[in-house]
Design a protein around this ligand. Structure first.
Ligand code: GLA
Ligand code: ZN
Length: 679
């Protein structure tokens, strides 16, 4: 895999975004002005055709790509690249009316009507045939255009379909998965429970909202099937544009949505060359500080870039101003857009792209922010911030292809999330798996440690510390890998809810954490207590190498039996008072820590610092209000200091007001350049 997101160095960072000239074909004056405005904003890329099917093929079998070619020509003449999307994200009306099977069926078995977007059935052969034709025509028309930089497959894959075609495809998928052995499926899904046994694969239905939802293995496999179907569909589109353009060197991506729960992105990521994603943090909300929003946004970048280790990613969409779909669509304050963009670059993105270049005049997104507002000029606050972002990116252009070096990783797995959400027990509203992972990651970030976010199935090499929050679903292979990792000198921090079930949702027998991990940690988790928000408990640290203060316990507290672990902390209340709540065990050459209860991330700061020290991970010593990142290659390194606090902070002699940042470039020749990014 190339470290360059376009398969080759292009000598600049990409600054651009979704552009919909098809909405303005009757306004050549506006199309002309757009090019000038793009140049003024330092924009060098336009993402075209994301929802253009009804313009490409207004009537079945009648195609129009001349306008697209003309737009691409004009952009290219002005040194602006094109990223071209396949149009499967929304369908023309004629198709839905003539071939209703292309529309999705919901969980109650009711078919959608024509309209909206993202509602196509992925199993419909008619839909595949139609998308096959339009993708082929598109590839033949513009696939060899010199301005074409990349294919953008569909748009934000998501949702699910319960139609008969999907049902049949699910059965075929299961037949393959279980080697056509229905008794094996019955065993793995524990179907003797509530008479759920199947006599044949043809009896299996998807987990309809009003149907079988009591078989955990079925629920989980349906989600895996939906992911598989999206990946298969993406592969079909990718093959089509490659084959009919003949350009196998043009990379492909599809835009993802951070912690979207409907698709296991790790599976989808295997189909594409480059990770791209759409980021819309809810800045200035009434629940958290700007710093918290920023750190969570940094976690999201780490999650997305972790889908392809060793390669930068793309910030495919963001808004320079405001969105139109949140509860409260608050304006980004001055300086936020530029710091948010710098954060993406600092985290490993080689692009900053927007939805959208020009605001549409009508329909659902007319009041969604864009680079160019309805006023149509460059004389707006947002435009100026975008132009400054463009200028900043020009100065930073040689970060292209540089990488970061993370020695710590937090595990995050989609099927683990599904299993945690789907199981009975615990509390309905406090499971909070993603939030828990974010909590650990943020704390590492506050401690000046750049951490990756990876899957339990990814290689662990290169990491000195792995944090495995709530690893409820544990595969034998993952358990073996953890054993090997720790015995060879790695450090792991496991938590409550670890190793309860296997990949088919069957409980591990013989003590949690299962599959042999209770030996690694030296404990057995015997019970888990679910706390009401009003309940209190705490962990008292009894080993002062790991800090002193009591940690507040909330939501979940496991009662554990210590086999041969060392106790670091004990509960202070309830019938499990004085019993172990925090332990470690030296296993082989490594160490396994176990945190039996949920605590505020803030409380575990000192402990985590000690764990990092013991694991030999050097933390960058930065003030708490600074978000720090580093990118580098053999020739240079870049240090990024983002002041995300409300105070002025001095870094390397440079006073940074809130939302200001400092970038320090150090060359291999010893040269040092400081670049201050002001509000
Ligand atoms: C998503 C979509 C875009 C647009 C934006 C609005 O990211 O991909 O087409 O609708 O949301 O925020
Ligand atoms: Zn379907």
């Amino acid at each position: 895999m190339s470290k360059y997101i376009f398969g080759r160095p292009i000598g600049k960072l990409i600054h651009g975004g979704d552009y919909n000239p098809e909405q303005w074909l009757d306004r050549p004056d506006i199309l002309k002005a757009d090019i000038e405005l793009m140049k003024k904003a330092g924009i060098n890329e336009a993402t075209l055709g994301v929802f253009s099917w009804s313009v490409y093929e207004p009537r079945e079998g009648e195609f129009h790509f001349e306008w697209l070619k003309e737009v691409m020509d004009r952009l290219y003449e002005n040194e602006i690249y094109s990223i071209v999307a396949t149009p499967s994200g929304a369908r023309p009306a004629w198709m839905d009316l003539k071939y209703p099977e292309v529309m999705r069926v919901d969980g109650m078995g009711i078919r959608n009507r024509h309209g909206m977007r993202h509602n196509h059935c992925l199993s419909s052969e008619v839909f595949r045939e139609k998308i096959g034709i339009i993708d082929r025509k598109l590839a033949e028309s513009i696939g060899s255009h010199p301005g074409l930089l990349m294919w953008h497959i569909s748009n934000e894959f998501g949702g699910e379909c319960f139609c008969d075609n999907c049902k049949n495809r699910f059965r075929e998928y299961l037949r393959v998965k279980f080697n056509n052995d229905i008794e094996e499926l019955n065993r793995q899904w524990w179907t003797t429970f509530w008479s759920a046994r199947y006599e044949s694969f043809d009896e299996i239905e998807p987990p309809y909202d009003n149907g079988q939802r009591a078989v955990m293995g079925l629920n989980l496999e349906w989600k895996r099937f939906t992911t598989w179907n999206f990946a298969d569909f993406a592969a079909f589109e990718i093959d089509t544009v490659r084959k009919y353009s003949g350009r196998y060197d043009i990379p492909v991506t599809t835009n993802m949505m951070k912690q979207y729960d409907g698709i296991d992105y790790r599976v989808l990521a295997k189909q594409i060359d480059t990770i791209s994603w759409d980021s819309y943090p809810e800045f200035h909300n009434d629940r958290e500080s700007y710093a918290d929003t920023m750190r969570e946004s940094a976690f999201d970048h780490a999650l997305m870039r972790g889908l392809k280790r060793g390669q930068p990613f793309m910030l495919m969409e963001s808004t320079p101003g405001v969105v139109n779909w949140m509860e409260y669509n608050k304006l980004r304050r001055p300086g936020v857009h530029i710091q948010f963009s710098l954060q993406a670059l600092a985290s490993g993105s080689d692009t900053v792209q927007y939805f959208q270049f020009r605001k549409s005049r009508g329909s659902a997104e007319q009041f969604h922010g864009g680079v160019v507002d309805h006023v149509g000029t460059d004389d707006t606050r947002v435009f100026r911030e975008v132009a400054r972002t463009g200028a900043m990116m020009k100065e930073l252009s040689d970060i292209e292809g540089t990488l970061w070096n993370a020695k710590a990783a937090v595990l995050f797995d989609w099927d683990n999330w599904w299993a945690i959400e789907g199981t009975g027990g615990f509390a309905k509203t406090t499971r909070n798996y993603p939030q828990t992972c974010i909590g650990y990651w943020k704390m590492l970030s506050e401690l000046g440690v750049e951490a990756d976010v990876i899957s339990a199935e990814d290689p662990f090499d290169g990491y000195s510390l792995i944090i495995a929050p709530m690893m409820f679903l544990l595969r034998e292979e993952a358990a073996d890998k953890i054993k090997e990792y720790v015995s060879c000198g790695g450090t792991i921090l496991g938590t409550y809810m670890m190793g309860y079930i296997n990949e088919n949702c069957l409980c591990h027998l013989g003590g949690f954490p299962g599959a042999g991990l209770s030996d690694v940690f030296g404990i057995i988790s015997e019970e888990i207590d679910t706390l009401y928000p009003t309940d209190t408990n705490a962990i008292r640290i009894t080993d002062d190498r790991f800090g002193k203060s009591d940690w507040t316990v909330k939501d979940y507290a496991e009662v554990i039996k210590v086999k041969d672990a060392n106790i670091i902390g004990v509960y202070t209340q309830d019938y499990y008072r004085d019993l172990a709540a925090l332990t470690y065990k030296e296993y082989g050459k490594g160490v396994a820590y176990y945190q039996a209860a949920r605590c505020n991330p803030e409380d575990i700061r000192e402990f985590l610092g000690a764990v990092l020290d013991a694991a030999g991970i050097e933390a960058k010593d930065v003030p708490k209000g600074i978000e720090y990142h580093r990118r580098r290659d053999d020739e240079k390194s870049y240090d990024f200091y983002l002041n995300i606090s409300d105070d002025t902070i001095t870094i390397e002699g440079c006073e940074l007001a809130p939302k200001e940042s400092l970038v320090v470039r150090t060359g291999a020749d010893g040269s040092v350049r400081h670049m201050r990014v002001t509000v």
